[in-house]
Design a binder for this molecule. Structure first.
Ligand code: GLC
Length: 553
């Protein structure tokens, strides 16, 4: 059997959709989304074509970092429901052929976690060594992840007169993964949620997680990640690990387990995401091309997770200072739209001045770049951020279902909502699911269509990338090809129409190009040269279809 015949590598062709239960759908009208609400929206997600949900943290939490500060790894935040509601939601998703992965945030706990409460009670606490303590912070301190909000990564604990490490907020003490008991607890947590039916995890802050405390030798830190992957596979053979690793490609390769694999199955491609914004700012695909072509070859089971927006700031940390300024100037001209000196707090449509041509071109790119696309909830309807909310929270407003009260998210009073929807041109009256469902030209129907085309084009997930030569300006022409098929895609980064002659290389007689977004069937000349028209910010997907091809377009 050929490896590409197997469907157990489901993440290679998945459509992943990230949501926060708290902001998705409120069933009991207390102003906070919940599992019962989400269960009622599974049919919507299935209809959209989503194949895997990624749930942001839903665990008990003091909620000082939107749930990324967890006080019980096995629990469910009571506002969102209980384990019964969780399992019902999973069952409903499975029934519609959809998998669910959940955030695994084990680099740190909340300072309210019973382990830390005990650990800081005395130096002899049985949990003391679950965390990282020092008499003095090291001379050379790592910079904080949250400049402006935190000064450093060591916090003094008055009672026990030592410092503890926190790479993120001071209320998120780092777990000590050099301690085998901590590793066992992490494995147990994984085992627990797998037993409840999840298909894998989005692992938070992976490079920080596997890094041992300074001065502690644990051998190769990647051994820990390999252990986790082996454990996961023993429990559920086709469960997957999606990792947050924002590092240069050659380091990311190590987090896949090198060319042999065995660590993360998927990693977000932070570099191409950032390069894409630079390309958009310049109306020139060159930066994106440079990034995509410098991706290292990864093991066949592994995949890049493509995204254009996530729940955090849109980080531009891997661009040069000058490039970052260019993107800032173009897409976040006001200081209030920036955070931490490196990121943007806006969603895609407002950044692109609401221009539907450009917005659609971006999502066409997302779904045609080699890899696995990841959507952040609300992108499919073109939601904007709430400009009244500062920092990363601005994009975490409730899903907009209708033009009614609170966008149909909840019947609670607006003041009780977990976050207020925007009140500008992106308010629920203007942007909502209900309206777009009945409008064939809407963003929602467009994304739904993109997903359906992506799902009949497994070469996007499996294929090798090749940048195609052409004589045009400002156009990205790329091919994804594998033994499951071959497709070319064109994206016009400019606001003028383009006519390009693309060279796709010699083809067999009788080969046609099948337009996956329209009725065109273009007979190819055997030299593989073809003239194509692109509208301003236009895009095309063309399947290279040999004579006798039985795939439908
Ligand atoms: C990750 C999450 C972010 C969170 C941080 C600390 O970067 O994406 O939202 O604040 O980890 O857990």
């Amino acid at each position: 059997m050929r490896i590409t015949d197997t469907s157990d590598l489901w993440w290679k062709t998945a459509v992943i959709y990230c949501l926060d239960v708290e902001t998705y759908m409120d069933d009991d009208d207390d102003g906070v989304g919940d599992f019962a609400g989400l269960a009622r929206r599974i049919d919507y997600l299935a209809d959209l074509g989503v194949t895997c949900l990624w749930l942001m943290p839903f665990y008990p939490t003091p909620d000082r970092d939107d749930g990324y500060d967890i006080s019980d790894f096995y629990g469910i935040d009571r506002r969102l429901g209980n384990h019964g509601d969780f399992v019902e939601m999973i069952r409903t998703a499975h029934d519609r052929g959809m998998r669910v992965i959940v955030d695994l945030v084990v680099n740190h706990t909340s300072d309210k976690h019973p382990w830390f409460v005990s650990a800081r009670r005395s130096r002899t606490s049985p949990y003391r060594d679950f965390y990282v303590w020092r008499d003095e912070p090291p001379k050379k301190q790592e910079p904080t992840v949250f400049p402006g909000e935190e000064a450093g990564v060591w916090e003094y604990d008055e009672r026990t007169e030592q410092y503890f490490q926190h790479v993120f907020y001071r209320h998120q003490p780092d777990l000590n993964i050099a301690n085998p008991r901590v590793r066992d607890e992490i494995a147990k947590t994984i085992g627990f949620w797998l037993a409840l039916g999840v298909s894998g995890f989005r692992i938070d802050a992976v490079p920080f997680l596997i890094e041992p405390p300074e001065g502690v030798d644990i051998g190769d830190p990647h051994e820990f990640l390999r252990d986790l992957k082996r454990f996961l596979q023993r429990r559920v053979g086709d469960a997957a690990l999606l990792g947050e690793v924002n590092l240069p490609y050659r380091e990311q390769l190590q987090f896949f387990g090198g060319e042999r694999g065995g660590e993360l199955d998927l990693q977000f491609d932070f570099l191409s995401m950032q390069a894409m914004y630079l390309s958009l700012a310049r109306s020139d695909p060159a930066p994106l091309i440079a990034s995509l072509t410098s991706r290292p070859a990864v093991p066949p089971e592994a995949a890049w997770a493509n995204f254009v927006r996530n729940h955090d700031e849109l980080t531009l940390d891997k661009l040069t200072d000058a490039e970052r300024e260019e993107v800032f100037d173009t897409f976040a001209p006001n200081d209030s739209q920036r955070v931490y000196g490196r990121g943007i707090t806006r969603r895609v449509p407002p950044m692109l001045a609401g221009d539907p041509r450009r917005i659609r071109m971006v999502y066409s790119l997302l779904f045609s770049m080699p890899g696995t696309p990841v959507l952040f909830y609300g992108e499919e309807i073109g939601m904007g951020e709430n400009i009244e909310i500062e920092g990363r929270q601005s994009v975490r407003t409730p899903m907009q279902w209708t033009d009614g009260k609170n966008g149909g998210f909840s019947h609670a009073a607006r003041g009780r909502l977990v976050a207020p929807p925007p009140e500008d041109g992106y308010a629920p009256q203007h942007v909502n699911v209900q309206q777009q469902r009945n409008d064939a030209d809407s963003m929602l129907q467009f994304v739904r269509h993109l997903i359906s085309r992506y799902r009949v084009s497994p070469e996007i997930g499996w294929g090798q990338l090749r940048i195609l030569e052409h004589d045009g300006r400002g156009v990205l022409a790329h091919e994804v090809a594998s033994d499951v098929g071959r497709m070319i895609a064109l994206h016009n980064f400019t606001e003028s129409p383009q006519r390009v002659q693309v060279d796709i290389g010699a083809v067999e007689d009788g080969t046609t190009l099948v337009d996956l977004h329209g009725p065109d069937r273009i007979a190819l000349d055997p030299r593989g040269k073809v003239d194509l028209e692109l509208a301003p910010y236009g895009y095309r997907w063309l399947r290279v279809s040999p004579r006798g091809d039985t795939r439908i377009g």
